[in-house]
Design a protein around this ligand. Structure first.
Ligand code: NAP
Length: 268
């Protein structure tokens, strides 16, 4: 099986990725292939796995990802740094087992009428403004929904619901549910301006279209990246038909992960 390693350059991750490389080179069943891998092993945190996804985005429908966490256990990372041997053994005995997560489809139109940008997010996309209040028209399923005013909007996948979305009061969605969530970032609500004021969950067949008013000031992010440089006319979001596959050699209970990450050990 062809395997690539994608590591963050941190002090905790480099020795792990070096050991992993040695073990893969010693294996008769595994080959290192950074250009055309079947499995990509990310070494770092959830942020590193996000970067690995974007690094291999053009072949993301052909790969499976697996994450080694060199800090605390993450949402995309099932393995700990001291488990390199058992991960290599699992890769050698791989029979294609996987779990897939929904992705967010993002299409950006520009005022210059040049080519659209089309990309995917694993966590979320946010729309903000460089300075001042973001003003934007929001359309759901082709119909006008609201005029948004505030710091921004966060459009997330179920697996991204535990990231930025959670910080802005969005609900946590189990990635077994195919849906997109729209959460407000500090909306202005008074007698003049009115937004819904709560997160919404949009089904797979519906699109979310956002038209920013101050187009030259709009900042658009996709996971940890910023999509910028041109004046944005509109952004269309929907659940992607493509899902991202993870090599699953062990079962991790999603709600266990949530409890472990955000609540910790039960107190007596
Ligand atoms: P970062 O600012 O270095 O780290 C953001 C934190 O989010 C890290 O602790 C990371 O975990 C964690 N994280 C990433 N994906 C997650 C997920 N699906 N569930 C729970 N936690 C998750 O940025 P980064 O490492 O490049 O990651 C980019 C992400 O940061 C964005 O996609 C966004 O979700 C998040 N972010 C959050 C806020 C906020 O909460 N106010 C603001 C901006 C961006 P690890 O430590 O395991 O890497």
């Amino acid at each position: 099986m062809r395997v690539a390693i994608y590591s963050n350059p941190g002090k905790a991750s480099m020795p792990v990725s070096l050991l992993l490389k040695q073990k893969i080179e010693q294996s008769s069943q595994l080959t290192l292939d950074f250009l055309n891998p079947e499995v990509v092993i990310s070494v770092g945190g959830d942020g590193t796995l996000l970067s690995a996804f974007h690094h291999y985005i053009d072949i993301s429908n052909k790969i499976r990802l697996v994450g080694i966490h060199t800090g605390h256990l993450g949402f995309y990372t099932d393995w700990r740094d001291y488990e390199v041997d058992s991960l290599v053994a699992s890769l050698e005995n791989d029979d294609g087992q996987s779990e897939t997560y929904p992705l967010l489809d993002i299409r950006v139109k520009y005022t210059d009428h040049g080519p659209d940008d089309h990309t995917l997010a694993l966590n979320e996309s946010t729309l903000k403004q460089i300075s001042g209040t973001l003003m934007a028209e929001v359309y759901l399923k082709g119909e006008f929904f609201e005029n948004f005013r505030g710091d921004g909007l966060c459009i997330s996948t179920p697996s991204g619901s535990t990231a930025y979305n959670k910080s802005v009061g969005g609900a946590i969605i189990n990635p077994q549910i195919s849906a997109v969530q729209v959460s407000e970032i500090s909306s202005i609500n008074n007698r003049v301006f009115r937004t819904l004021g709560s997160p919404i969950i949009v089904p797979p067949d519906e699109t979310i279209r956002i038209l920013p008013v101050n187009k030259h000031k709009t900042v658009l992010t996709c996971d940890q990246q910023m999509i910028s440089g041109r004046e944005i006319e509109s952004i269309e979001y929907k659940l992607s038909k493509q899902r991202l596959a993870f090599a699953k050699y062990r079962h991790t209970h999603f709600w266990g992960r949530v409890s472990n990450s955000f609540i910790g050990e039960p107190r007596q």
